[in-house]
Design a protein around this ligand. Sequence first.
Ligand code: ADE
Ligand code: ZN
Length: 327
Amino acid sequence: MMLPKVELHLHLEGAAPPGFIRGLAKEKHVDIGRIFDERGNYAFTGFRDFLKVYEAATSVLTTPEDYRRLTLAVLEESAASGVIYTEAFLSPDFCGGRDLAAWRDHLAAISEAAAEAERRDGIVMRGIVTPVRHFGPEKAKETAMCACETAGDRLVGFGLGGDENICKPRDFAWAFDAAREAGLRLTAHAGEWAGPESVRDTLRDLRVERIGHGVRAIEDPALVDELAERGIVLEVCPGSNVALGLYPSFRAHPIHRLRERGVKVTLSTDDPPFFHTTMEREYAMLAEAFDWDEGVFGTIARTSAEAAFCDEDTRKTILKRLESANA
Ligand code: ADE
Ligand code: ZN
């Protein structure tokens, strides 16, 4: 039987099937350039190029209706991989250009699709508003205001993605403080394209409770101890790291060592079609690389449910569904 899974780190646009983007580009008669390989998959040469291709693909998503259809397509894929709860990164930058009224319309469309997917497939979705780091701190403030105005049952968190080597975490402190005051829970990408200092600075200056990736903490044993002691949760995306060349293979990935050292690790796909992955594939690759069994995956799913930014009733339901699958 397929194991039930909980995913905490999924970029909504990054989960767009390439065929969906191609179809939309055709419908709208827009030229998005050469972003696909001869087999129709997204093509890029490294992280910076990945970000460019990501933004080119996203440029065809222009209306709430596009996002409604995208959300339905993405959640269908996730559910097919056994995901019962997912947190999606949502970007007002792409959903209406940080205009509050436009963002409200996009979020309403995403939410409508999420409710439909929940009825159809039983998958539960919550959103995390995520400014794009390389768009700069001023835009992140506008994004934070969109997040603060729409915080609620569907929108539960605030994050930070994009190029980790642009700006410092403290440049985004205003946005994170505003989000925290609005009751949003916090996470940020760090320790992916920069080392342990980036993780330390992010924890100190943005006061997040989870870190997106965070895997390069492994380069500093004292930081690994600190993460374990403080119960900081890492949203680890091994397939993404391998596909983007951060590690040469799953076997070389630090997730196993981090786990052994007592760090709370969770498992996600990041941008699955870009990295030719699914939650099912992540599980299979890790089972093969580290001999992980159902017990390990069960613990990881429980850790993920406990670290989810949803309300307590939803968490209880998710934990129950995980439990009954183990029974
Ligand atoms: N946006 C989408 N995927 C990302 C990643 N892996 N790192 C940073 N920003 C991203
Ligand atoms: Zn990410």
